[in-house]
Each structure stands twice: as C-alpha cells, then as structure tokens.
Design a protein around this ligand. Structure first.
Ligand code: HEC
Ligand code: HEC
Length: 283
C-alpha cells in the first residue's frame, strides 16, 4: 500500500500533475445545444461507484471556446462527419446490392440504442455498436467490415449515436453482463505501463486537476465518438483508451479486443445517468 502510494506520487510528479485550486469543475456551466436541447452535464454517481458522489461529462472540463463548439451544430465540426455518414448510409455496397437504408429506412429508429451499448447478445457475447454495424456489413450486405476505429466506422457511430443525444446512459451491468463488467472494472483499476498507473489514478483520484496543459476529466464516454481539435477527426472510445494507455507508456490492447470491449462497458457504466452528447467536441 505504502509502496503503491509512493509509486503514484512519483508517476504523478513525472507527468507534472499540478493541483490547482482554481481549476474547479465548471459545475455552473450550462450545456444547451442549438438553443433548445438542454443537457445536464452532471449526475448522481451510479450506486456501484464507491469513490465518486457525482459524475461529470468531459464537456465540463474543457475551455469556454471548446465548450462553445458543442453548443451549435453549425459550429460543431463533427457534423461534417455526420454528413459523410448520411451518404454512407444511403450508399449501396457489397454483393447483396444493399445500403443501410434498404433495411433501416429511418436512421431515427436507432434512437436509444447508444444509451445501452455495449450489451450482451443472445449468444452471451459482449457486443459494441461497432460489432453490430460490421455484422450488418459482412453478414447482411456481403460487404467488407469497416476498420474498427476507422473513418467510415467513426462517422457511422456518430450518426447512430446522434439519434440518442439527450437521453441518459443506462448500460446493463448485471445478469449476463456481470462477468464482462467485472473484467472491465479490474482493468480500470490495474496499474500498467512504465508509469505504473491505472485509469483510476487519473480519472478518479485526480480529475479536475491540470496534467500538463490538460484539465483532467473523469474519463466518461457519454460524448463518444468525439471530434478532437488535436487531430481534427472523430475519435472512437477505444481509440481514446489506446491514447491513454500510450500516454502511460503501456502496450495498448487491440481495437475490438475482449479487454477493450469489457473496458468500454465498464467505463460506460461509470457514466450511467449522464446524458449522451454524441457527437461531442474535445481538445
Ligand atoms: C496519466 C493520466 C491518465 C491515465 C492513467 C488515463 N488517462 Fe484517460 N485521459 C487523460 C487525459 C489528460 C485526457 C484528456 C483530458 C480529459 O478529458 O481528461 C484523458 C481523456 C480520457 C477520456 C475522454 C473523456 C472525454 O470526455 O473526452 C476517456 C474516455 C479516458 N481518458 C479513459 C481512460 C481509460 C479507460 C484509462 C485507462 C486505460 C485512462 N483514460 C487512463 C489522462 C489519463
Ligand atoms: C439486409 C438488411 C440490412 C442491412 C443492409 C443493414 N442492416 Fe442493420 N440490421 C438488420 C437486421 C435484421 C438487424 C437485427 C434486427 C434489428 O435490430 O433490426 C440489424 C441491426 C442493426 C443494428 C442494431 C440495432 C438494434 O437496435 O439492435 C444497427 C446499429 C444496424 N443494424 C446498423 C446498420 C448499418 C449502419 C447498416 C449499413 C452499414 C446496416 N445496419 C445494414 C438488417 C440490415
């Protein structure tokens, strides 16, 4: 225990985390999109979270300028990619001569889906929305699977996720989901990498402090995919996990691996009660 504490302190120092009394979570900032969609950016923590009382959307921790980009769909660069996805949705692809729209006439029918993903399917396997879309492509369209976090997939995930914008996250963690959730939780609290840190060391123990120039959030997933100013594209949740693991100099798990899917479920469950903001904007 003492050893662990020492290691955390050393790693935190190495990353130049500074406690700044000034950097309060902007609990008073209000997220209203297009002047009419009011989105609560905090919620009472779900009962399974032992160390947090309140959960916050990552939006709260961004600068006023970045926050503003998410408040109007004309300013939100994600919508360029939503448009790309609308074209993909209507485009025939694969040996069966079908488009998404051939079978799913209205994309609005996906309303609510993102709030409950990932979920366990009838065969007992944990599936992400990415898996569902690729299943349709390979098994129903005779088309090639899209790259897990590639441009086409992240655009389509943004379009599908947008249909749930404004709805509360509510992933199932019991029953058939329980073993996956346990695995995700274990990964979240396990120290890895040269810096020997866990997700919780940053996103639970140190959220709301500055790490280099970045204001640390709770690492919630309710805004994903998110447009990042840093790389000017849509970023999937698993691509974000990969980036965080690289930052602590750990070997990241693969996109679509059992580990990242379990982590995706667990991270989503930490935000049960937060509101879907997809497609969001981050730095
Ligand atoms: C060394 C500290 C550190 C560790 C450890 C870390 N992250 Fe992060 N993470 C960051 C920083 C910095 C950001 C960008 C600012 C922010 O949103 O917190 C970030 C962002 C995120 C976000 C995006 C949040 C949003 O709203 O855009 C998610 C999700 C996330 N991390 C998950 C994880 C997971 C899961 C792990 C463990 C595998 C992890 N992080 C480990 C530092 C860390
Ligand atoms: C040949 C018909 C067909 C085509 C083409 C097709 N799908 Fe599907 N899709 C289905 C069926 C059938 C299901 C499973 C039953 C359901 O949930 O509607 C499904 C399920 C889904 C689901 C999960 C819905 C849920 O609520 O569980 C998503 C998301 C999805 N499809 C997206 C797509 C996308 C995106 C495309 C184009 C890349 C596509 N589908 C192409 C027939 C199709």
């Amino acid at each position: 225990m003492g050893m662990n504490l020492f290691k955390t302190t050393a790693a935190v120092a190495a990353l130049a985390i500074m406690a700044t009394g000034a950097a309060q979570a902007g609990e008073d900032a209000k997220l209203v999109i297009n002047g009419d969609l009011s989105i609560a950016t905090q919620a009472a923590a779900p009962a399974h979270l032992e160390n947090l009382e309140t959960v916050y959307s990552g939006w709260v921790f961004r600068t006023k300028e970045t926050q503003a980009l998410e408040m109007d769909d004309f300013d939100n660069p994600s919508f360029v990619f939503v448009d790309v996805a609308l074209d993909l949705y209507a485009a025939v692809d694969g040996t069966e001569g079908k488009s998404c729209a051939s079978c799913h006439e209205n994309v609005e029918d996906f309303a609510g889906l993102t709030t409950s993903m990932p979920r366990v399917n009838a065969d007992g396997a944990l599936e992400t929305t990415t898996d569902l879309i690729n299943e349709c492509r390979t098994e129903r369209m005779g088309a090639k699977a899209w790259k897990y976090s590639g441009t086409d997939m992240s655009a389509m995930l943004s379009l599908v996720g947008l249909q749930s914008r404004g709805m509360p996250v509510n992933v199932a963690i019991d029953g058939a989901a329980a073993p996956y959730w346990d695995k995700g939780k274990e990964l979240y609290y396990t120290r890895v990498g040269q810096l020997d840190m866990s997700c919780s060391n940053c996103h639970e123990d140190n959220y709301n402090v500055m790490i280099r120039a970045d204001h640390l959030s709770q690492g919630q997933s309710n805004g994903f995919p998110t447009y990042r100013l840093k790389n000017a594209k849509m970023n999937t949740i698993q691509a974000r996990f990969k980036g965080c693991m690289k930052n602590i100099r750990a070997e990241p798990f693969g996109q679509g691996s059992d580990e990242f899917k379990a982590l995706e479920l667990y991270v989503a469950s930490r935000g049960n009660g937060l509101i879907v903001e997809t497609p969001s904007v981050r730095n």
